[in-house]
Design a protein around this ligand. Structure first.
Ligand code: PEP
Length: 230
């Protein structure tokens, strides 16, 4: 299983260091085949030692340059960061990142041999239109993305389940993952959206779920490590 924590705009450099230290102690008990990823805010990126991989929540597709407020490859290289989250719905929706921009980032960081956790997910009005609309919508988020990239992980995150406390039902997760697995059978597929200690077991037991991407419930190290060790 893959357990990924997305801190978003939470935690500081200091609290991330304390979190990772505490997490690493807990990870002595994790199954050796399980993988843990942490995406802290950019100000907390650093070289950390431990049984986890630290990635960036975002980066611009440049080595360096005049892109105010963004970071590029040079800043990631400083801390040996080789993992990136691309296509998160908050970047698509709040920051208006188009599919075109998302796929440019993908191609750039693929060329740099990054491990990419690529997020897809539909808004509520699409879910309400029925399953065919959902799959059609999700497939459009594959435009310009190399689905055969060997360092690709997909995270399916229905937007209506993110940060709302309302996870998708096990049936919704099973049917959506199974449809996605027909398109991308060999790509690890995570579920994200209000995953927490109370529902981790039932979600990771669903066939077609290879792991989870966790926001709110990952902010507390006890809660996240409880999920990893579940
Ligand atoms: C996320 O934003 O990636 C996410 C899954 O958030 P939450 O767990 O808070 O729903």
């Amino acid at each position: 299983m893959i357990y990924a924590a997305n801190f978003k705009t939470n935690h500081t450099r200091k609290s991330t260091q304390a979190y990772l230290e505490a997490l690493n102690k807990k990870l002595d008990a994790k199954k050796s085949e399980d993988k843990v990823y942490i995406f802290p805010p950019m100000t907390a990126l650093d070289i950390y030692e431990g049984a986890f991989t630290v990635g960036t929540q975002n980066a611009y597709p440049v080595h360096n340059g005049a892109i105010t407020g963004e970071i590029g490859l040079e800043q990631l290289d400083e801390f040996d960061i080789k993992t990136i989250l691309i296509g998160h719905s908050e970047r698509r929706e709040v920051l208006n990142e188009s599919q075109d921009k998302v796929s440019q980032k993908f191609s750039f960081y693929k060329a740099e041999n990054f491990e990419i956790i690529y997020c897809i997910g539909e808004p509520l009005h699409i879910r309400e239109q029925g399953f065919e609309s959902v799959i059609h919508y999700l497939r459009e988020q594959f435009d310009g993305i190399d689905m055969h990239y060997e360092k690709l992980i997909i995270a399916y995150e229905p937007i209506w389940a993110i940060g709302t406390g309302r996870s998708a039902t096990t049936d919704e997760i099973r049917t959506t993952h199974s449809a996605l697995k027909q398109v991308i059978p060999d790509v690890p597929l995570l579920y994200g959206g209000s995953v927490k200690p109370a529902n981790i077991k039932e979600i990771t037991e669903i066939s077609g779920v290879d792991g989870v991407l966790v926001g709110s419930a990952s902010l507390d190290v006890e809660s996240f490590s409880q999920m990893v060790l579940s």
